[in-house]
Write a protein that binds this ligand. Structure first.
Ligand SMILES: [Zn+2]
Length: 344
């Protein structure tokens, strides 16, 4: 089968489309014929060697995949060939203390599909059966590949790591990102008033079309002041954050007393200098968020099935042009998700 594999880390674009043996499932595994796979910042971190996780090469990236079950292991009873599925990319053991209480993203022996084992930029992928989620009939493969990872990350941030009350102000960083475009929609549906950020006019327009009542220019140094003004100088109750670096300090400048920042990433820098005085005086919270639970993937797909959550797709590339898809992601020009489609 064909697989798009990373051959060397540290220099962009060191990929090859290779012919590799078809995977065979172990007793508790299934093989999924991939139809579509979304790209994420995680794939760029793998490419640039920017992850604090050891990786062996060559490696097939891709963690946001949807397809059809084509082979099942001898101990698999819940799934059969032909089932339409999404795959949970944060693989989990199912046994540890955290998995037992449904917090699979805290698994003690978790693995990352597309990083620590081969992912979805291939014609097939072999995964543990427990990582499959059934696709609702109304959800096509491309919708799933645009939402399963990024959308469920936003769902985890807004419904698990925090709770949003109707009427609260939510600031969503990066309207055009996969997490941002989903978080705007989810926060609105939960009754929040949403402000978002974008570095271009197109990105800000996208944010407003998704339900934000204000989209500020993140390249303007005084954007936090604009957020405070929009909230009557009060500040926002919640920030959905994934940039880090100095942007995290700016998010604290936007935050109301008693407010919360949830962070699921740090594309702009992982080390941050924080002044603790305003944080404890204003009784604010900074909360980490990682991955999602299986239940949250199901709810993300249910939201998609009922039209409450719409995928925002920038471009779709065939597997043979995955190099161009990575260039598109690296350019930071994408408006929404960049997808790879195996049959088109
Ligand atoms: Zn576990």
């Amino acid at each position: 089968m064909r697989a798009f594999q990373l051959m060397a880390q540290g220099t962009p674009g060191r990929f090859e489309l290779r012919d590799v043996p078809e995977p065979h499932p172990g007793p508790e595994e299934v093989v999924v014929a991939i139809h579509a796979c979304g790209l994420n910042r995680l794939d760029l971190w793998l490419e640039s060697s920017g992850l604090p996780i050891p990786t062996t090469l060559p490696r097939t990236p891709g963690g946001e995949m949807a397809g059809v079950v084509c082979a099942t292991g001898s101990a698999v009873t819940d799934w059969s060939s032909g089932d339409r599925v999404a795959v949970q990319s944060n693989l989990f053991c199912g046994d540890c203390e955290f998995c037992q209480r449904g917090e699979e993203s805290l698994c003690l022996t978790g693995e990352l599909l597309g990083v620590t084992r081969d992912g979805g930029l291939a014609e097939q992928v072999c995964v543990p059966a427990r990582s499959l989620v059934r696709l609702p009939d109304q959800v096509d493969f491309q919708t799933s590949a645009a939402l399963t990872l990024a959308g469920s990350t936003a769902m985890h941030m807004l419904t698990n790591r925090t709770a949003v009350q109707p009427g609260q102000w939510v600031l969503v960083m990066g309207a055009s990102s996969g997490v941002g475009s989903a978080a705007i929609q989810i926060a609105r549906r939960l009754g929040a008033r949403v402000i978002t950020t974008g570095s271009t006019r197109e990105k800000r327009c996208l944010g407003e079309s998704l339900g934000a009542e204000l989209a500020v220019d993140s390249t303007s140094p005084d954007w936090p002041r604009q957020v405070r003004q929009a909230t009557g100088r009060r500040g926002v109750d919640l920030v959905i954050e994934h940039v880090g670096g100095k942007t995290l300090n700016q998010c604290f400048d936007c935050l109301a007393r008693g407010g919360t920042i949830v962070t699921c990433g740090a594309t702009g820098g992982r080390e941050v200098h924080l002044n603790l005085w305003p944080i404890f005086v204003k009784q604010q919270r900074l909360i980490g968020s990682y991955g999602r639970t299986r239940a949250e993937i199901q709810s993300t797909l249910e939201w998609a099935a009922t039209g409450r959550l719409k995928p925002v797709v920038d471009r779709i590339f065939p597997l043979a042009e995955a190099v161009s898809a990575f260039e598109r992601l690296r350019s930071r020009q994408a408006l929404g998700k960049v997808l790879i489609c195996m049959h088109g």
